[in-house]
Design a protein around this ligand. Structure first.
Ligand code: ADP
Length: 396
């Protein structure tokens, strides 16, 4: 089925028009500066990119511009929007209500709205994308695919926080986890590459701008590093990962920060950017560290150290590990970081083949022949997962 996949942010909207079976991408692109002025970048494989300034006061005009370019006689890829069988939307927070993707109807929209307090930055933007599609293509079925859903198999001991239980019962405070669509895609590929054993234990390392690890037993998430929100876990590009909450009180007292300023520091100014003072981009950090910048090196060391700790913890709670998967920008491309993360884990049966690890952006088994644990590089494909879920729900 031909599916339009939409990932709507507050001022931007990414789209991919693709075949759900096999994953062929016909066109993809980005609407930027929604609510400011508006720019569309449209890419079709084998053709030159199209960039157009188009007024986009709201998400409605952004969606309309996507449909217009898809059917454009010269730049488009279809004759009519009727060829779009369904639309799949990425939605950040599904709370505990959504354990899988669902067809968008009134009840689904209400449930997504209920999750706004849990995903205050993303869910309203996701809803704007959904509402724009409903308005502009009312007869096309729509599906919501949640970043949290795959993690809903976690047992209570993994998702409960050790704070008064009433905050879980009354206020839904618990670990949810994110990047679920990515963890689902790469862990399913890994299990396939393991030969579909009856029992499998996979650690999936999604290392990008935002990063998280997931411990996956028999295809079901047992634990993951992000929490109620995407700030938790290990250091990321600009996010701190887990910090001692005492730090908040201490710094807020010393500098008179309110909670918004404090969270902005933890979300936007921390992580490897905060430690290094150089960049949130690991390529810049590599370059700076190579020139002797000690704080850039410290940021890299900290990142590697914390990822190793999660691998150790997840191996322990799963009673072993059969495969470690690296994915997303860093996981797929940073040969050196993968090597350093696995370095010293030989005693756990994790042994990398340096030569095989010399790979970027494509699926590969990079473990040594005598490694007990498989180490895979698997490019993630969240859009394909969204398209497949959408087709499965709207199918026939
Ligand atoms: P997002 O979380 O926004 O989807 P990506 O998964 O695309 O992000 O990851 C982006 C990050 O990947 C960049 O910030 C950069 O640090 C990292 N990255 C990309 N290519 C390389 C590379 N060759 N070496 C090291 N890091 C890389």
């Amino acid at each position: 089925m031909k599916i339009l996949v939409i990932n709507a942010g507050s001022s931007s909207l990414k789209y991919q028009f693709m075949e759900s079976e096999g994953g062929e991408v016909f066109a993809k692109g980005l609407c930027e500066r929604i609510g400011i002025d508006g720019r569309l970048t449209h890419k079709v494989p084998g053709r030159e990119d199209v960039v157009r300034e188009i007024p986009m006061p709201t998400h409605n005009e952004a969606i309309q511009s996507v449909l217009d370019i898809l059917v454009d006689p010269e730049k488009g890829v279809i004759a009519s929007t009727d060829e779009i069988a369904a639309v799949g939307h990425r939605v950040l927070h599904g709370g505990a209500a959504f354990t899988e993707s669902c067809i968008i109807d009134d009840a689904c929209i209400e449930a997504i709205k209920k999750c706004i307090p849990l995903g205050p930055l993303h869910n309203p933007a996701n809803l704007m994308g959904i509402e724009a599609c409903q308005k502009i293509m009312p007869s096309t079925p729509q599906v919501a695919v949640f970043d949290t859903a795959f993690h809903m198999t976690m047992p209570p001991k993994a998702y409960i926080y050790a704070i008064p239980y009433e905050y879980y019962e009354k206020d839904d405070v618990r670990r949810y986890g994110f990047h679920g669509t990515s963890h689902r895609y790469v862990s399913a590929r890994a299990i396939d590459m393991l030969g579909n054993p009856a029992h499998s234990r996979v650690i999936s390392c999604h290392l990008g701008n935002g990063s998280s690890l997931a411990a996956i037993v028999d295809g079901k998430v047992m634990d993951t590093s992000m929490g109620l929100g995407p700030l938790a876990g290990f250091p990321m590009g600009t996010r701190s990962g887990d910090v001692d909450a005492t730090i908040l009180e201490y710094l807020m007292g010393r500098y008179n920060y309110d909670i918004k300023e404090m969270l902005n520091i933890l979300n936007k100014k921390s992580g490897v950017l905060g430690i290094s003072g150089v960049s949130s981009d690991f390529r810049d950090l590599d370059a700076a560290a190579a020139q002797g910048n000690e704080r850039a090196q410290l940021a890299l060391d900290k990142f590697i150290y914390e990822v190793k700790k999660f691998i150790g913890a997840y191996t322990t709670v799963m009673g072993g590990v059969d495969a470690i998967v690296f994915t997303a920008g860093i996981g797929e491309n940073s040969i050196d970081l993968r090597r350093q993360i696995c370095d010293g884990l030989e005693y756990m049966g994790i042994k990398m083949d340096a030569e095989k690890n010399n790979v970027r952006g494509k699926e590969a088994d990079v473990s040594a022949a005598d490694s007990k644990v498989k180490i895979f590089v698997i490019p993630t494909n969240e859009e394909l997962m969204i398209a497949m879920d959408t087709a499965a729900l709207c199918g026939k």
